[in-house]
Design a binder for this molecule. Structure first.
Ligand code: IMP
Length: 422
């Protein structure tokens, strides 16, 4: 089973970094296929915590680490990360960056921030890292790609063309400072020196690895419900985190993917705006936030918490073709006597559905239908396999498997790499 996609099955922050880090131990290549520095992956190894946003998690284990053409790259963030990892003794020569990946430019960040401010109460709640504007320019064919920085003349020309339009927007529409051409060109030319040695043909690299029978891991950022096409639009990111995004984002055919592991928390969280039907009411919300450390890696924002939503997960199984699940942070639920699980949605006409509504108004008005499961009310730190879990915890996991008809292959019971039960 050489090609495995690891995909977020909820609204991001499912603990993919840790699962990818674990699976990376037996992989040869780890690829990021979409997103940019809006993702925050936290990996804890031997008591050391690594928080990375732009570099594939495989770098921590010294695996060939690919940033595919479907990603957007903030060179300042990437270079900063590579330097920090090197300073901490991690070899970053394993990182290969696609020349087709688009660059996040200073105007993307300025526009993301200004447009969110302007939207006021209607804001998306983006990470304000320039992600949406960078993908928008990619689609408008105004984008600047990694390969463009390799030629100073092309780079300057492209920046000039882009700025002729962007500065009008910045000054007249958003009423903020324009971007200086000379400064931007000089800044990105200096990034070129550092990026040049890591630029490569990542599609070819992955194809050759797969042909040689190597294990390749595709690491999704964000999650299914933040997918531009399949998520809860417009409260989504601007790329395709779903598993099929791995094929387009890296440049291989969909037939090459062998399995898809969906990563889901044992509850749900969401940052940014948009509906969250199973949102926890009352004091339990703050308890889960605190117990789960639910504060954003990138923005520090507190994450809204909900009980596990099987309707949303069932949808994730469908749109990703999930073949097995990793259920993370089960230990966070250890305190609760009862654990409500959302098993269906009640719609406006009072009907119940096990399926995720196809229309936004149905979803916005959906109310959870709960089934309550008994809690285990004891720590899970002694369990070293799924069979060692307290009865109620094991039943909780089995309930998820039955509800989705997908096996739970991995169960996360603590922050460290070794706290994942197989
Ligand atoms: P953007 O990706 O910065 O444009 O933000 C769009 C939406 O995706 C917002 O609701 C963000 O909070 C959310 N988002 C982006 N990246 C992540 C992530 O890594 N985890 C969780 N939510 C994210």
């Amino acid at each position: 089973m050489p090609a495995t996609v690891v995909v977020g099955a909820q609204w991001g922050d499912e603990g993919k970094g840790k699962i990818v880090d674990l699976l990376a131990q037996r992989s040869d290549v780890v690829c990021r296929y979409q997103g940019g520095p809006n993702a925050g992956h936290t990996i804890i190894v031997d008591g050391e915590t690594y928080k990375i946003r732009q570099t594939p998690s495989g770098v921590i284990s010294g695996k060939s680490s690919v940033i595919g053409g479907g990603c957007v790259v903030d060179p300042e963030v990437l270079i900063g990360e590579l330097d920090e990892l090197e300073a901490r003794g991690i070899d970053t020569s394993v990182v290969v960056l696609s020349g087709n990946a688009h660059l996040i430019m200073p105007w993307h960040i300025a526009i993301d921030q200004a447009s969110e401010r302007r939207l006021g109460k209607l804001q998306i709640g983006t990470t304000r890292r320039g992600i949406g504007p960078a993908y928008a320019d990619k689609a408008s064919r105004l984008g600047i790609r990694v390969q463009d920085v390799l030629d100073a003349k092309i780079l300057r020309q492209k920046i000039e063309v882009a700025l002729a339009e962007k500065n009008v927007w910045l000054e007249r529409v958003y009423e903020v400072e324009p971007i200086d051409l000379e400064q931007a060109a000089a800044q990105y030319e200096s990034y070129a020196q550092r990026l040049r040695p890591i630029v490569g043909d990542t599609s070819l690299l992955v194809d050759e690895a797969l042909r040689a029978g190597k294990e390749v891991l595709f690491e999704g950022a964000q999650g299914t419900l933040l997918d531009l096409d399949h998520g809860t639009y417009p409260f989504v990111t601007s790329s395709n985190p779903v598993a099929s995004g791995a094929a387009t984002g890296v440049g291989i055919g969909p037939t090459r993917i062998d399995r898809v592991i969906g990563v889901a928390k044992a509850y749900v969280t969401r940052v940014g705006e948009g509906p969250l039907p199973s949102e926890i009411e009352g004091a339990d919300q703050a308890r889960v936030q605190e117990l789960g450390g639910e504060f954003g890696t990138v923005t520090g924002r507190v994450r809204r918490c909900g009980w596990l939503d099987l309707v949303a997960l069932r949808y994730a199984v469908r749109v990703n073709g999930i073949t097995s699940l990793a259920l993370t942070k089960l230990d966070v639920l250890s305190d609760f006597a009862e654990l409500p699980v959302c098993v269906a949605y009640r719609l406006r006409d009072d009907s119940e559905t096990p399926h995720f509504p196809a229309h936004q108004s149905d979803f916005h008005h959906a109310r959870p239908v709960w089934q309550s499961l008994p809690g285990w009310q004891q720590p899970l730190d002694r369990a070293s396999s799924r069979d060692d879990l307290p009865d109620a915890a094991r039943r909780y996991v089995e309930f998820v498997e039955r509800g989705l008809d997908v096996p739970v292959e991995l169960v996360g019971v603590g922050a460290a790499r070794e706290r994942v039960l197989v």
